[in-house]
Write a new protein. Structure first.
Length: 155
C-alpha cells in the first residue's frame, strides 16, 4: 500500500501545478487559439475557477461537519456552464478569479482537520475525500497545460 502524502506535501504539489498553469496562461496560453477537444485555452481557465471553488466548499463543509459538496452535472456540462458565465471576462479577470479560488482552496485545505473525510460528490454519486480532490486537481491542471502546449505545437 502506498503511504499517504502529508497535507503540506499535497498542498505544495497543488500549489506548484497551479503556479505553472498561471505562468502558462500569463504567457503562451494568452496568445494561442489551440483547442483540446472543444475547449480553447480560455475555456479551460474558466472551469478551473468552479472546480477549485467546489473543492474548497466541500472541504469547508466537511470541516464543519456538513455533507459533501454536490456537483450538479457531469464535468462537460459544468464546464460549458462555466464557459458561458465567464465568456465576457478578460484573461486578466479570469486569472484574478483563479488566484482567488486557489487562495480559498489552500486556506480551506490548510485549516481542515481531516482531508480524508468525504467532501465532494459527483452527479454519479461517487464520493471523494479532500485528499483525493487535491490529488485530482494537481494532476488535472498539469494535464490541461500539457495538452494545450501539445495542441499549440500541432497548429
Amino acid at each position: 500500500m502506498t503511504a499517504l502524502l502529508p497535507k503540506d506535501v499535497l498542498l505544495a504539489n497543488l500549489d506548484r501545478a497551479v503556479e505553472a498553469t498561471l505562468t502558462y496562461f500569463d504567457g503562451p496560453g494568452r496568445l494561442t487559439n489551440a483547442r483540446v477537444d472543444r475547449w480553447q485555452t480560455r475555456d479551460v481557465l474558466m472551469h478551473f475557477i468552479y472546480f477549485h471553488d467546489a473543492t474548497a466548499w466541500g472541504i469547508q463543509s466537511a470541516a464543519l461537519g456538513g455533507s459533501p459538496w454536490p456537483v450538479p452535472a457531469d464535468a462537460d456540462f459544468v464546464n460549458e456552464v462555466c464557459r458561458r458565465l465567464h465568456e465576457h471576462e478578460t484573461v486578466d479577470e479570469l486569472l484574478a478569479q483563479v488566484r482567488l479560488a486557489h487562495a480559498r482552496l489552500m486556506g480551506a485545505a490548510r485549516n481542515a482537520p481531516d482531508l480524508d473525510r468525504p467532501c465532494f460528490q459527483r452527479v454519479t454519486g461517487e464520493m471523494m475525500t479532500g485528499r483525493q480532490r487535491l490529488e485530482v486537481l494537481t494532476r488535472h491542471w498539469a494535464e490541461h497545460v500539457r495538452e494545450l502546449e501539445e495542441a499549440t505545437k500541432a497548429q
